[in-house]
Design a binder for this molecule. Structure first.
Ligand SMILES: C[S@@+](CC[C@H](N)C(=O)[O-])C[C@H]1O[C@@H](n2cnc3c(N)ncnc32)[C@H](O)[C@@H]1O
Length: 418
């Protein structure tokens, strides 16, 4: 471990190579404030799928469209539990988060704590004291994607004629073998309920094996049959991150392979059947703008054709409209710790998505914009991934209440991460 190169150095965070002794999180102990913050988040898991609906609520409030019901129902955060959130409540939530966690600034625990307190005081029927800690961590997880240092960000993707959906893309060149710590996700401590994004826990993970819910930005990574990245289980935690298998250029989507057999539904990855996933650019450029014509807000939808597929698009001025699926997949990850291009495990069930199509009109205002975030540079070269080594799986923790278990990084507390 000690001789392992510091691949995470490509994340745009300054490291002291000498002090680190050649190891870096997640292979070794976290040493930078950023790594400590991520390790702390990764050391947490939800006590049960019962509280995991908070993840949906936060995603809904931070990223859902503030549009007509047909659009904003796309996420349906109420399917998980008895908690529901109206579009007005989502606006209140997002306003509170924005007030304390400014776009383009580094998110910190105190800022997210302030935001969570305000959210709870405005929406006491949705968030009680028990949800406070989870709320703080969940806001932080997603706000990390807006960090000026993050080399990944959310993108809008359209799969065929499906609804506009979310994905992850590189904001700067990312070398092969880099961990995308900004896009980590952890698991619920028990089995998922049907209808939510799940991941197959490996033997290195804490908690029960089998499929469990994905919580955090990892839920946005899309499938490609020829992926440029791979899920990477973080040993002795409930967390997963992504490791790049090849150099990824700025603007390119981050993709992983969901299962050995590919994608279970109609795959739109562009690698297997020659389909073309339509990436909606930040500023729609399918129509040459007429400089003499004043742009107006609100307007007609346009249709474009890619590979014979007619797709309706909208100029929503680069604002994010994420519509996480109600019935996303069970990811599977390799049983061994080392990253490999494929993954093992049972194929997931068919994806009988019942989503209504999210319709968007020109100029619609949506929450959670991603525009205007400065690009980061990654001039520190990264080493290629290490060769595969046999790993010994630690015993699996049996407790269902693992949220309160000491984290594997128990020497870290939130004050360390400032
Ligand atoms: C874990 S989510 C990935 C993020 C998702 N796009 C979102 O916004 O929530 C998995 C869902 O993304 C879509 N998806 C991902 N990769 C796909 C592919 N290659 N072809 C078709 N749909 C895909 C499917 O709707 C799937 O249920």
């Amino acid at each position: 471990m000690s001789s392992r190169p510091r691949r995470a150095a490509t994340l745009g965070v300054k490291y002291n190579e000498d002090a680190a002794g050649g190891s870096s999180y997640p292979d070794g102990k976290p040493d930078s404030p950023f790594e400590k913050m991520v390790a702390l988040l990764n050391g947490q898991a939800f006590p049960s799928a019962r509280l995991a609906h908070l993840d949906d609520l936060v995603v809904y409030a931070m990223f859902a469209t503030k549009a007509r019901p047909k659009s904003y129902r796309a996420i349906k955060p109420d399917t998980m539990s008895d908690a529901t959130m109206t579009v007005d409540e989502a606006g209140l939530f997002n306003g509170s988060v924005r007030l304390h966690v400014e776009k383009g600034t580094e998110p910190t625990f105190p800022k997210c704590q302030e935001a969570a307190k305000e959210v709870m005081s405005k929406l006491p029927h949705l968030f009680d004291e028990k949800s406070y800690k989870v709320l703080v961590h969940t806001i932080l997880r997603y706000k990390l994607l807006y960090s000026p240092d993050s080399n990944v960000q959310l993108e809008k993707v359209k799969f065929g004629d499906g609804p506009i959906s979310g994905g992850l893309r590189a904001r700067s060149t990312i070398r092969a073998g880099a961990y995308l710590l900004y896009a980590c996700g952890s698991l619920s401590s028990n089995r998922h309920k049907p209808g939510h994004a799940t991941i197959e826990a490996t033997t290195q993970q804490l908690g029960p094996t089998g499929s469990r819910m994905i919580l955090g930005p990892l839920r946005f990574v899309n499938h490609d049959c020829n992926p440029n990245s791979q899920l990477y289980p973080i040993p002795n935690s409930h967390a997963f991150t992504i490791i790049t298998l090849q150099q990824i250029e700025a603007g390119q989507s981050i993709t992983v392979k969901y299962t050995e057999g590919g994608y279970w539904g109609e795959c739109w990855c562009g690698s297997c059947k020659g389909y073309s996933t339509l990436m909606l650019p930040r500023h729609e450029n399918t129509q040459v703008p007429n400089p003499n014509k004043k742009q107006r807000r609100g307007g007609k939808r346009k249709t474009i054709s890619i590979n014979g597929v007619h797709t309706r698009i909208a100029n929503n001025r680069g604002r994010l409209n994420v519509a996480p699926e109600l019935v996303p997949p069970s990811f599977t990850v390799p049983q061994q710790h080392r990253p490999v291009a494929g993954s093992s495990g049972p194929a997931a069930a068919a994806d009988p998505s019942t989503l209504e199509e999210a319709e968007i009109e020109e100029g619609e205002i949506v929450e959670g914009e991603i525009i205007g975030v400065p690009a980061v540079s990654s001039d520190t070269p990264a080493a290629p991934p290490p060769p595969a080594e046999p790993t010994v799986a630690p015993p699996i923790a049996a407790s269902a209440e693992i949220y309160d278990m000491p984290s594997p990084m128990s020497s870290i507390d939130e004050s360390d991460s400032e």
